[in-house]
Design a protein. Structure first.
Length: 229
């Protein structure tokens, strides 16, 4: 516990004293040395596979059962470099995402992520002051260089538009807001991949899932659950 408190104190000190870009670069460098390097070495001798529940069999089922969730991937490092927590130890979703999307990197995909990581303490979904809003969108853009990336969040202050990235307002507890999201011209043709990284309440997921059902061209809908796979 003392070590955890010390690391937290150092992180808060760097957060207060360094410019944001320098802070995130320092955090990634520390993460690379303290987690990715030793984890990569350890994964050569130890393996853990995800618990997979599927119907029938197939190539995807076989590949998922062979995925080593202890072994960091390029996607893990890319997401962490941008400030996302999807693959940096506490969460390890990107170890499985790397398997799901193997061979897809050059495809002209349409990707939508719900929940972009607000750090507004007044919102239920806040990541806290150290969170990096929109980090995973920029990660997806680098990982999939031919894809169009879309995002949606309740925090209007973090919405933005850049090359191959566009974001929209959406309150996942408001059926009208969800309907307005799907009515956006850019989203009407459906998505190849949808990542639901927003609120995880029963009401929220029932409302959002109704919108997913109308997205018939969608190939994958990924729900983020728990902390680790």
């Amino acid at each position: 516990m003392t070590g955890v408190r010390f690391i937290g104190s150092v992180r808060n000190f760097l957060w207060r004293t360094l410019p944001p870009t320098a802070y995130h670069h320092a955090r990634y460098s520390c993460r690379n040395c303290s987690f990715f390097l030793p984890q990569t070495i350890s994964a050569r001798f130890h393996a853990a596979t995800p618990e997979v529940h599927t119907f029938g069999s197939g190539d995807l089922n076989t590949r998922l059962h062979k995925a080593n969730v202890l072994a960091p991937t390029r996607m893990c490092r890319t997401m962490t470099r941008y400030g996302s927590d999807k693959g940096s130890g506490w969460h390890n979703y990107t170890t499985v995402y790397s398997t799901l999307f193997r061979g897809w990197h050059d495809r002209p995909l349409r990707i939508l992520e719900l929940g972009l990581g607000t750090n507004n303490p007044g919102l239920m979904s806040s990541m806290g002051s150290h969170g990096v809003p929109d980090a995973s969108l920029r990660g997806w853009r680098e990982i999939f260089p031919s894809a169009l990336i879309y995002g949606a969040d309740i925090d209007r202050d973090i919405l933005f538009q850049e090359e191959r990235i566009k974001t929209f307002y959406c309150d996942q507890l408001d059926a009208t807001a969800i309907k307005n999201l799907w009515s956006q011209p850019e989203l009407r043709d459906g998505m190849n991949v949808i990542i639901n990284d927003g609120l995880r309440t029963l009401r929220c997921e029932r409302l959002v899932s109704g919108g997913f059902a109308r997205q018939s061209p969608s190939r994958w809908v990924l729900y983020r659950r728990g902390h680790r796979l």
